[in-house]
Design a protein around this ligand. Structure first.
Ligand code: COA
Length: 167
């Protein structure tokens, strides 16, 4: 098996959109499908490629990370979206992608990484916690996780994570 890790190109946009529903296990139903697709417009595959990664095994997409260095907050970097093929989950791919991103961010002078996830995504919460993120306190809890109500618009509650990078 030959693994490739590379920057995304525009042609990856459709390939990533095509796997979102199955990789997220249909999370949040039709509404989740719409939200996920809307979160990944083509522009991420045009303008954020140097801070993002595509992982392929023998040419098949197995993981991706879309991230960027904040243009407005010079200390911060942001992981916008990450996904791993369910057949490859739990094997350290998500960790490898995050550690790559942390090193990149650190090397470019960033000391803070932020990410958000849906309030109901317990797996994502567990993963981010293992990766050293802390969920910011919120006015509400969902299944014991602090939630920012209406964070991304009416009814779009999120957990907001922050991770400080060691020097
Ligand atoms: C969340 C996700 C990216 C994690 O990737 P992964 O490759 O499976 O994670 P790793 O194998 O690198 O795990 C890293 C650590 O997080 C833990 N972890 C990962 N997923 C977990 C889960 N669902 N529940 C509990 N712990 C989890 C692992 O046990 C591991 O801990 P360890 O260091 O103690 O061994 C992946 O499961 C995924 O794509 N899920 C569906 C999409 C999604 O929810 N994306 C994130 C929201 S945008």
């Amino acid at each position: 098996m030959s693994r490739t890790v590379r920057a995304p190109v525009e042609a990856d946009h459709a390939r990533v959109l095509a796997v979102l529903d199955s990789w997220w296990g249909g999370f949040a139903g039709a509404d989740g499908t719409r939200q996920r697709a809307a979160l990944l417009p083509r522009l991420y595959f045009q303008h954020f490629t140097d801070t993002s990664r595509i992982v392929e095994d023998d040419g098949a997409l197995v993981a991706f990370l879309i991230g960027f260095l904040s243009p407005a907050r010079p200390d911060e970097a942001y992981v916008h979206f990450v996904g791993v093929d369910p057949a490859r989950q739990g094997q350290g791919l998500g960790r490898d992608l995050y550690e790559w991103f942390f090193a990149l961010a650190r090397g470019r002078g960033r000391t803070v990484v932020r990410a958000i996830t849906s309030a109901g995504n317990a797996g994502s919460h567990a993963f981010h916690t293992r990766m050293g993120f802390v969920a910011q306190p919120g006015p509400r809890q969902f299944e014991g996780r602090p939630v920012q109500p209406d964070y991304d618009g009416p009814g779009l509650d999120r957990v907001a994570f922050v991770r400080h990078l060691e020097a």
